[in-house]
Every structure is written in structure tokens, then in C-alpha cells.
Ligand binder design. Structure first.
Ligand code: ZN
Length: 392
């Protein structure tokens, strides 16, 4: 099998740093890693030289609705191809396709389409640069009317283990994350069902008070969806769901670091309180990601995008056009050290999904998902499961 040798001034694995490092790739996997003096290179290998660059694991986005003009709810292969190839150019090599609240039957149809796409990915063209869809994130319908954001009211539903089961079946058991508002009747049973099915139960779109949020965590919820957004706000005599998340080190929290959804100091509060091991960068990207301003669909409603900010007809923020590379630059710009910022976009989300040995890490045996970053953190090259990074 031909080998590619990637030579980089710096490699962030991301838990360790290797200067003047080499990564060997064969097929879809990483087969060698180390300082250049320690590495024996095969005579016939192809080289990719990333002098002056930092090579990091490909980004893992656990909350993304679409990109390149398409939404995952379309569920067909050409839409999903467009999404996965658009985000790959921004360094996202794995993603969890995130649904938006819609009628149950419609959601099931989307899930079936996404599941068949996921099952077919292994047979896809090995030279094609595309993010791998690892599974589905059900963001809705089990969310709060008061904190629904732009999710359509008429399709919201009470948490139901039966409906959840329907979604799991339709998604061919590829549901990875389910968002639930803890204060709704049936929420704790739904969380227990998710835990039993090894699905991440996530707190989100919620008006929960502190006690209700604690009960959800006690029942097994371990993740929080777009921290601060669509949540009852923190108040010093009523710390609410935000207070419960900030004070529990077992719960990971997503943050949309476009500096529009959440102000920089609020991200600093989040990281300062929870520590650097529990905050994950997500895009919450919609169809408009990687596209000019204009009108786009999110699920089955319209959003308009101006100066890259997406809003619905009432002016509410409707997802983002953020890409993971920009999220990384943004958190570095507010003082997060690069290695921590990279961990927030790679190994931490991979751990939350239970795929830490394979994704979000540069290690022997892991998938060859890599991003070469320039000194100003622009994406200079991407490799997705061994494809890409060869034309230099
Ligand atoms: Zn949301």
C-alpha cells in the first residue's frame, strides 16, 4: 500500500506536541508518528511538506445542520455530499448530522436518508475529500416551547420513549445525541432510555431551574447543547440550568464561538469555571455555511443571512454560518492557548461520542483525519481518512 509522509514543523496530537514531526499514512489510517530523527521512511513514499505549519487532528463537529446550500433534513445523498465536502475544506473531518424540529414522519424520512448515507460512506470514493458523518444529533422535538429558539412550535413534542424509539429505528441505530429539556414531563425517562441505548443525553433548549437540571444530570445527562443559547439565563439567586452545567465537571458544554451567539467574556467564564476539558467547539452551522448572504432553508422554514448572521423572520438567531476553523481562531483570539483550543475541536468531542481512539487524535491506528494550519491558523490542507494533502 502506498505511504504518505507528512512533515510538519509542529504536530499537536493534540494532547502532546511534537516539533519537526512526521506522520505516516497508509490507506485510511495513521501508521507512524514521531520526531523526524526517530522515523524510518519507506523509500517510495509520497511527501507532503508542511514547513512552518502546525498539523492537528481533523475537527469533530457534534452540532451541525448543513452547509454549502443544503440541510441534513433533505436526507438525500447529493445534499449530504455537498455538506460533507464543504465543511471538509474548513477542516471538519467528522460531524454529527443535526436535525431541527419537524413533524415526526418527516424527521423519520430524513433519518432514513442520513442513515443510508452513513452506511454507504465506507464504499465512497477513497480520493474524495469529505467529512465522515458519525451519526445523528436529534435537536428537537423534545424541547421547551419557551426556549425553542427558531424550532417551530407546532412540531415540538413531550419527551416520549416511544417516539424516541421510532427515531432510533429510522436512523438505523445511528443516533448519537438527543437534546432534551429536563423540565418537561417524561424527560427523565427519556434520558434513562438514551443512557441505556448508549446515546448521549444532552440538556438544551430548556427553561429548567437548577433542581430540574440537577435531576437530569443525576439521570445521566452528560452534555449541554449550545451553552447559554436557548437556556434560562443565570441569575445569582436563581442559577438555573446554566448554574447546574457550570458547576458539574462531568457535563460537557458546546459553545458556538462565532462571538455573536455568545460574547467572548461569557466564553471565558465558561472555560474558567468548567476547566479546559469540558468545553467543546461546535458550529451549529446551517445551509448558508460557505455560501453568500441570502435566503436559505433550515429544516422546513426560511432564514435570511446578512453579514454571515442567520435569523428567522422574527429576527431570532437561527443557527450560524460558523466553521470550525473560524471557531478555533476566535477562541484563540480571546486568550485560549492553541493546544487547548485544538483539544476543544478534536479530542474532547471525540471522547464525548465514544470514538476517541479513532477520531480527533493523531495516533497510530487512528483514522488519517488531519488539518495543516498556517501560523495565523488558516487551513492550508486537509486529509479525510487518507484522502487529500497530496498536491503540494
Ligand atoms: Zn439549537
Amino acid at each position: 500500500m502506498p505511504t504518505t509522509a507528512i512533515h510538519a514543523s509542529r504536530i499537536l496530537t493534540p494532547d502532546d506536541e511534537i516539533t519537526d514531526g512526521v506522520i505516516l499514512v497508509e490507506g485510511t489510517r495513521i501508521v507512524g508518528l514521531g520526531h523526524r530523527d526517530e522515523m524510518r521512511l519507506p523509500a517510495d513514499c509520497t511527501d507532503f511538506v508542511a514547513t512552518g505549519m502546525t498539523v492537528v487532528p481533523g475537527f469533530v463537529d457534534v452540532h451541525i445542520h448543513g452547509a454549502g446550500g443544503h440541510d441534513v433534513m433533505e436526507g438525500d445523498a447529493s445534499a449530504l455530499d455537498r455538506i460533507t465536502s464543504t465543511v471538509a475544506r474548513h477542516g471538519t473531518t467528522s460531524m454529527v448530522a443535526t436535525t431541527v424540529t419537524a413533524p415526526i414522519e418527516e424527521t423519520c424520512r430524513s433519518l432514513q436518508g442520513i442513515a443510508s448515507y452513513i452506511r454507504a460512506q465506507e464504499k465512497a470514493d477513497p480520493d474524495h475529500l469529505a467529512a465522515e458523518i458519525l451519526g445523528v444529533h436529534l435537536e428537537g422535538p423534545f424541547i421547551s416551547k419557551a426556549r425553542r429558539g427558531v424550532h417551530p412550535t407546532d412540531s415540538l413534542a413531550r419527551p416520549s420513549v416511544e417516539t424516541f424509539g421510532k427515531f432510533i429505528e429510522a436512523a438505523d441505530h445511528l443516533v448519537k445525541i438527543v437534546t432534551v429539556a429536563p423540565e418537561l414531563p417524561g424527560a427523565l425517562d427519556l434520558i434513562a432510555a438514551a443512557v441505556a441505548a448508549k446515546i448521549v443525553a444532552a440538556i438544551g433548549h430548556t427553561d429548567a431551574d437548577y433542581g430540574q437540571a440537577r435531576a437530569a444530570i443525576h439521570a445521566g445527562a452528560r452534555h449541554a447543547v449550545h451553552m447559554y443559547n436557548a437556556m434560562r439565563p443565570f441569575e445569582h439567586r436563581d442559577p438555573g440550568v446554566v448554574g447546574a452545567i457550570l458547576t458539574d465537571p462531568e457535563v460537557t458544554a458546546e459553545v458556538i464561538a462565532d462571538l455573536v451567539h455568545v460574547a467572548g467574556p461569557a466564553i471565558q467564564v465558561l472555560m474558567g469555571t468548567k476547566g479546559f476539558d469540558t468545553v467543546l467547539l461546535v458550529s451549529d452551522g446551517i445551509a448558508a455555511t460557505g455560501m453568500p448572504d441570502g435566503n436559505y432553508r433550515l429544516g422546513n422554514f426560511e432564514v435570511s443571512v446578512k453579514d454571515g448572521v442567520a435569523r428567522n423572520s422574527e429576527g431570532k438567531l437561527a443557527g450560524s454560518t460558523l466553521t470550525m476553523d473560524r471557531a478555533l481562531r476566535n477562541v484563540v483570539s480571546i486568550g485560549v492557548p492553541l493546544q487547548d483550543a485544538v483539544r476543544m475541536a478534536t479530542v474532547l468531542p471525540a471522547r464525548r461520542l465514544g470514538v476517541a481512539g479513532k477520531k480527533g487524535i493523531i495516533a497510530i491506528g487512528a483514522d488519517a483525519d488531519l488539518v495543516a494550519l498556517t501560523s495565523d491558523l488558516r487551513v492550508a490542507g486537509v486529509m479525510t481518512r487518507g484522502a487529500g494533502l497530496q498536491n503540494s
